[in-house]
Design a protein around this ligand. Structure first.
Ligand SMILES: [Zn+2]
Length: 322
């Protein structure tokens, strides 16, 4: 543990940072490489069409933490959102591991997905063992193509967790290849390169996160908190760094722990709004920006389509004047 918090706080906070961690056959969606039925081409973004967004995380909870609010906002407008976890999360608990934990975590993200209105898929790669291999580059490329994505979200490759870093690398590695016809020719390439954006983080080296888009998630904050709240293995129980002490034996204690988790997340999303309030003001105007209590932020990746400010407003159709 390298985070400078008091031990009591550490117990609670680490799993939030860890935020971190099911086998392909468990997913209702097509596994990478499997044939998918032909889907009609998506309408052009922002022209009355439906946006198609695919978000990647290393573990079954990463996408929900980083983009659960924005995902719910898109879904609420009828856009198609998919959350993909590249590993199955099978070491993300202090008390259990392996298949039973992977299955439990898959069930958690499925419940969260229903609450948020998104589709979810978890790949069968062991937690803690994700590598930036050619095989995995192909998997990510196929997933982006199969979803016919307009927009792809991923962590930056600067992160304390190797699985997060390699998720960032794998998505970056796919950012151009999704357009190359003879790379993975079994899945039709994308003729228009999607825009790729990173989730926010606090890492400073070699370069800090830069907010290009900050989204007011107040309208769906409770939904996001509820979705994270049902992921008990990670937050209520503390995930890989939890302890027995977190497991209250009585109902009052469990309710207290639920509140603690919810309030911790609310503080965290409020901090994102505080950190990037000037960007909120750019996007929403001063009046609304002042009132925002929870936000999610994203940075445009240098690879893939480079969206103009106007294009960003079409991809994130939440700002005043849209
Ligand atoms: Zn994670």
């Amino acid at each position: 543990m390298r985070f400078p918090f008091s031990s009591a706080l550490v117990l609670f906070m680490f799993p939030l940072f860890a935020g971190c961690a099911v086998p392909a056959p468990m997913s209702p969606a097509a596994s990478p490489g499997s044939p998918t039925p032909a889907a009609p081409p998506p309408a052009a973004p922002g022209e009355g069409g439906t946006l198609r967004i695919i978000a990647f995380g290393a573990h079954p909870d990463d996408c929900e933490i980083k983009a659960g609010g924005t995902g719910a906002l898109w879904a609420g407008q009828g856009h198609q959102v998919k959350f993909v976890s590249l590993t199955n999360g099978d070491i993300g608990h202090w008390q259990s591991a392996g298949g039973p934990l992977a299955r439990r975590r898959f069930e958690e993200v499925e419940k969260a997905a229903k609450m948020l209105g998104v589709t979810t898929q978890v790949l069968d790669i062991h937690d803690g063992e994700l590598m930036p291999t050619l095989e995995n580059r192909r998997k990510v490329t196929r997933l982006i193509r199969e979803w016919k994505a307009d927009l792809v979200l991923a962590p930056r490759p600067n992160d304390y967790h190797p699985d997060h870093r390699y998720t960032g690398i794998l998505v970056q590695d796919a950012a151009y290849m999704v357009t190359v016809p003879f790379f993975c020719p079994d899945v039709p390439h994308l003729e228009k390169n999607p825009s790729f954006l990173y989730y926010s983080d606090g890492f400073q080296r070699p370069n800090p996160f830069r907010p290009d888009v900050v989204v007011d998630i107040d309208p769906v904050l409770q939904k996001k908190l509820d979705a994270l709240g049902i992921m008990k293995s990670q937050f209520f129980e503390g995930g890989a760094n939890g302890t027995q002490a977190l497991l209250a034996s009585d109902e009052a204690g469990r309710a207290r722990r639920d509140r603690e988790v919810s309030e911790g997340f609310a503080r965290r999303f409020r901090q994102t709004a505080e950190n990037y309030r000037s960007k909120l003001a750019d996007l929403y105007g001063d009046d609304r920006a002042r009132k925002v209590t929870a936000a999610e932020a994203f940075e445009v990746c240098e690879y893939g389509n480079q969206p103009s400010k106007e294009e960003l407003k079409k991809l994130f159709p939440f700002f005043s004047g849209n």
